[in-house]
Design a protein around this ligand. Structure first.
Ligand code: UFG
Length: 332
């Protein structure tokens, strides 16, 4: 049995879907503060090889909630997504982030240690690197976060190292770059409220109330003046989680990997792929820079390829196509 925390959220729900398709038994733990009951309902109704999707609503900040899951189920490994992830919000309210992302994870790890569960795949982030000193960013790049969100993820990485040394907890930390796309079959997709991410915001401008898409910053030192990011498809990203689980099951040691494509796209390039996919013009307004956005973030993914045998396959157009299908289905 695999425990997925945050399994009702964007990335977590795609992980649950894949585990079920692979015939694994899954228990989902989610507070539903940001995750959605509807996602759980959709996952529960799937015609799937996996025997079970048990859902337990709970909050990692309440130790007894997560301890109960370990008492009830025989867990082999944990995939830990549950966290707050908005950079700007973390600047306004750091306590919320430290309390949830760090203290919540401490409760999870304590419950794991008590139940003698010692394998975990953790969703970390490129935000742990901070302002890039060079690109592409490899795993040896200094980790100097520039916001509380990145700090919380780096703290958890450090905690996991100490738990490995002291208690033999083996962890794989996956440092995501920019995740895009949805399940091609349309079962789950990206659903944040409020939505801050580029691709869903562009697509919503197409669907929505005629509201223009706001492009933040056109004076960056990049090829067209807009920020460069490394967009990784959700299915490729989840594939890396499956490989990481296998790696831990086979006795692999604690390690950490970038998940990106080695390739960057500017905001204008992403916008133009979106127009191409939707087949018409999307209203755009050029705005001032959004505070805290580095000009360029691109992953060096050689280590994940070498150690996990991972290789992203999808193009940005593939991801925008599935994201678009998902947005339209939500509107319907
Ligand atoms: N952007 C816009 N308009 C929008 C939304 C985004 O122009 O409405 C631009 C941003 O300014 C940025 C790019 O599109 O240049 C990508 O922005 P996202 O918000 O989609 O993604 P970020 O790169 O800001 O954030 C991602 C993850 C975070 C993580 C961060 C690490 O989503 O969780 O990378 O730096 F913390």
């Amino acid at each position: 049995m695999i425990l997925v925390t945050g399994g009702a959220g964007y990335i977590g729900s795609h992980c649950v879907l894949r585990l079920l398709r692979d015939g694994k038994d899954v228990v989902v733990f989610d507070s539903l503060e940001l995750g959605h009951q509807e996602i759980i309902d959709r996952l529960s109704k799937l015609d799937r090889p996996g025997k079970l999707i048990a859902f337990r609503k709970g909050d990692l900040k309440e130790p007894e909630d997560i301890e109960a899951v370990f008492s009830e189920f025989d867990i082999d490994a944990v995939v830990h997504f549950a966290a707050y992830s908005q950079v700007a919000e973390s600047m306004r309210d750091p306590q919320k982030y430290y309390y949830n992302n760090v203290y919540g994870t401490l409760n999870l790890l304590k419950a794991m240690m008590s139940a003698d569960v010692k394998r975990i795949v953790f969703s970390s982030t490129a935000a742990t690197y901070g302002e890039p000193e060079y690109v592409p960013i490899d795993e040896g790049h200094p980790q100097k976060p520039i916001n509380p969100y990145g700090n919380t993820k780096l703290m958890v990485e450090r905690i996991m190292d100490d738990y490995d040394r002291a208690y033999g907890l083996r962890s794989v930390r996956l440092r995501y770059f920019n995740v895009v796309g949805a399940d091609p079959a349309g079962n789950v997709g990206e659903w944040h409220e409020p939505e801050t991410h580029l691709v869903p915001n562009v697509l919503k401008s197409k669907l929505g109330d005629g509201k223009e898409f706001s492009l933040f910053g056109t004076d960056y030192p990049t090829r067209d003046g807009t920020c460069v990011r490394d967009y990784i498809d959700i299915e490729d990203l989840i594939e890396a989680h499956m490989l990481a689980l296998d790696y831990l099951m086979k006795g692999g040691a604690t390690d950490y990997f970038n998940l990106g494509t080695n390739d960057g796209s500017t905001v204008r390039e992403v916008f133009s792929v979106c127009e191409d996919v939707v087949g018409s013009k999307i209203p755009l307004r050029e705005c001032a820079r959004r505070p805290g956005d580095p000009a360029t973030l691109v992953a060096d993914n050689a280590k994940a390829k070498r150690v996990l045998g991972w290789a992203p396959k999808k193009t940005l157009k593939d991801s925008v196509t599935t994201a678009w299908a998902w947005e339209r289905s939500r509107q319907d």
